[in-house]
Write a new protein. Sequence first.
Length: 241
Amino acid sequence: MITLRGVVKRYGDIAAVDGVDLEVPPASVFGIIGKSGAGKSTLLRIMSLLERPDAGEVRYRDTRVDTLAGAALLERRRKMGMIFQNFNLFASRSAAGNIAWPLEIAGMHRREINRRVDELLEMTGIADKRKARLRELSGGQKQRVAIARALAANPEMLFCDEATSALDPRTTKSILALVRDLQERLGITVILITHQLEVVRQICGDVAVMDQGRVVEQGSVAAVFANPVSNAAKELLHDEQ
Ligand SMILES: Nc1ncnc2c1ncn2[C@@H]1O[C@H](COP(=O)(O)OP(=O)(O)OP(=O)(O)O)[C@@H](O)[C@H]1O
Ligand SMILES: [Mg+2]
């Protein structure tokens, strides 16, 4: 469970996140939606400890984590995975080389790394792409490499920021099916930002709607989509049609 209380993040005059309370249930796929500039990515960076809030607190279960520093922070950060729209992979490395990278950083032995990389390639359905260079992979295959890399260190949480926004509908579906399958098999918590409401419908249990730095609505996807209360949610659903 991730809990946010009164989280604020300012950039100059802009309150990118403006007093957010949020509870993300464990072992679920949690969606965050909202129009461009609403503060989704900023909130995700705070939840994943990439950035520190100016005020408020972040807890994982009962432990306060936003105040961690040094080795304790690095240790936590190693236990979470992130994937992005643009994949953020090394062009100079093969698929296997990209997946191996966090394990190399962690100081794992080469033989063990090879074993784990094979397992991850298998898990993400790209076992035949082990030696492929990045330019030889499709967008969907690149995102599979990124997912494999994100899961390399057995994270408890996977953060996804517009991870399927650059993919066509069919590939999006297959990546979402993979994420859902991994969530269930590994029991991880997935926090997913998207502007594609279809993505939320397909794999999220709960969803939070952000507007101008605030969470203006939160609930089960079924409830929020069937009966949106906030103007922000109504607009998003209306714009979709
Ligand atoms: N590093 C930064 N420096 C200054 N301003 C920032 C920074 N990061 C975000 N902002 C501002 O904070 C607000 C929220 O940005 P954020 O990237 O969190 O929105 P978002 O909901 O992820 O939008 P999008 O859907 O376009 O990705 C915006 O006004 C943005 O310009
Ligand atoms: Mg964003």
